[in-house]
Ligand binder design. Structure first.
Ligand code: SF4
Length: 437
């Protein structure tokens, strides 16, 4: 079993791989071997990989680490970015979401465009190359709100990469504006959007979606938004949320679906496994869904990253370990099990924090670099689209990022979600979301 922070026992030669595979059960060894040889695993083989027991599991993680090393080398990338979740007021009630509030809630907030711009400019001053804007779906929103917001932010900060609006938000914006998804995305592109987060995917199976989030964007609609974005030259990330109700078969189908979409469009920048944070999630708290689980176990998390590496390696070579969901210790173990990216600094993480994730709202670049080095790898600063901006092979040459010096020791120097929902200054009023920036 991997210990966070310690280099894993690694495989680096074909002979070592062969010897490790000899310890696995024949079916699992064959599935791993197929992936290592670039042959597509079948759906039952991927299910078998997710079901591996103790011995096979150790071989699986080591093989995924080998494949990561052979494909993308020892760099671990990260991005300096800021999340701006500009409102928590939402017309939907997804069962896993502890972030959203109703329009009548006394904890509803809505940041005006000038505050979103202020946060963007502040992020830039602290070295961010990206802002990630996602939020609830406020009732009665002017359909052009997202387009106008894009334009406003890009006019104020032309160099910032705008990674914004989940497929659920794109669908909402297009409906509210009565534009087709294609035309809505085209206008967003003209307004300066750089990429979309491939969130709101959870498990791309409508039977599961209807149970955990009735009324959520459907699988077909998610695919439509993503493939249309890709056809317009707007890249997206890809995600899965697991550890709730899904089975190994759902996970396998989800990965294979993403792989097949990527072969058609080539628009995914990365795959980000997101484990379900249960503590504040309504569907866990009220026990209304029989069989709902309290998130993924440690071994399930590592397995997810390892299987993703094996299945997606040739099509989506960037596999992200999310410190927000897993914490930095388990995140390091993910880096030793197939992942090659540590995500972003975030500055204002709200959605997982609201759901009860205890890992904070910001990780400073020097802390990400330290954690990366602890597992024997080389930190590399990247752009949203995975251009390497700077490698850090020698710690003594690192210098200091503006974020590293900011209020050292203060936990939430950019404020917290819990402060935000108490602040009267940004209280949601039903007129606010209808105004254009
Ligand atoms: S996940 Fe998004 S769409 Fe669903 S309730 Fe939360 S904010 Fe709304």
């Amino acid at each position: 079993m991997l210990t966070p922070g310690e280099p894993a026992e690694t495989l680096r030669t074909e002979a070592e791989v062969e010897s490790a595979l000899g310890q696995a059960t024949p079916a699992v060894a064959r599935a791993i071997e197929d992936c290592l040889q670039g042959r597509d695993p079948s759906e039952p083989q991927v299910v078998d990989l997710f079901r591996t027991g103790e011995t096979d599991y150790r071989v699986l993680l080591k093989a995924a680490d080998f494949l990561r090393w052979r494909t993308v080398g020892d760099d671990v990338t990260y991005v300096v970015n800021r999340n701006i979740n500009f409102t928590n007021v939402c017309v939907k009630r997804c069962g896993f979401c502890a972030f959203s509030r109703t329009a009548a809630s006394t904890e509803g907030y809505h940041l005006p465009p000038e505050e979103i711009v202020r946060r963007t400019l502040e992020a830039e001053r602290y070295g961010a190359s990206e802002v990630c804007i996602q939020a609830g779906l406020p009732p009665g929103m002017d359909g052009r709100y997202y387009i106008d917001l894009c334009r406003t932010v890009k006019e104020a900060a032309p160099s910032i990469h705008l990674h914004a609006f989940s497929p659920e938000e794109i669908l909402y914006g297009s409906r509210q504006s009565r534009l087709s998804i294609h035309d809505y995305l085209r206008e967003l592109k003209e307004a300066g959007i750089g990429s979309l987060p491939g969130t709101s995917a959870e498990i791309l199976d409508d039977r599961v979606r209807k149970i955990i989030a009735p009324g959520r964007i459907s699988t077909d609609q998610w695919i439509k938004v993503i493939t249309t974005a890709h056809s317009l030259g707007i890249p997206t990330s890809s995600t899965i949320m697991y550890g709730h109700l899904e089975t190994p078969l759902h996970r396998a189908r989800h990965l294979l679906l993403l792989r097949d979409l990527q072969r058609r469009t080539h628009g995914f920048t990365e795959f980000v496994p997101l484990s379900f944070i249960h503590s504040e999630a309504p569907m866990f708290a009220d026990r209304r869904i029989p069989g709902i689980r309290a998130g993924a176990s440690r071994s399930e998390v590592l397995k997810m990253h390892a299987v993703a590496r094996l299945v997606l390696n040739g099509d989506i070579p960037n596999i992200q370990a999310s410190w927000v969901k897993e914490g930095l210790d388990l995140g390091q173990a993910c880096l030793q099990s197939g992942a090659n990216d540590f995500g972003g600094t975030l500055m204002n993480e709200s959605i997982s924090t609201a759901a009860g994730a205890p890992h904070g709202q910001l990780v400073r670049p020097r802390d990400l670099r330290r954690r990366i080095r602890q597992v024997g790898r080389t930190p590399a600063l990247r752009s949203t689209l995975y251009a390497i901006l700077r490698r850090f092979p020698d710690e003594s040459q690192d210098g200091q990022d503006p974020l590293d010096t900011l209020d050292a020791g203060r936990k939430d120097p950019f404020g917290s979600y819990h402060q935000l929902i108490q602040q009267e200054e940004f209280r949601f009023s039903s007129g606010g979301s209808r105004q254009n920036p």
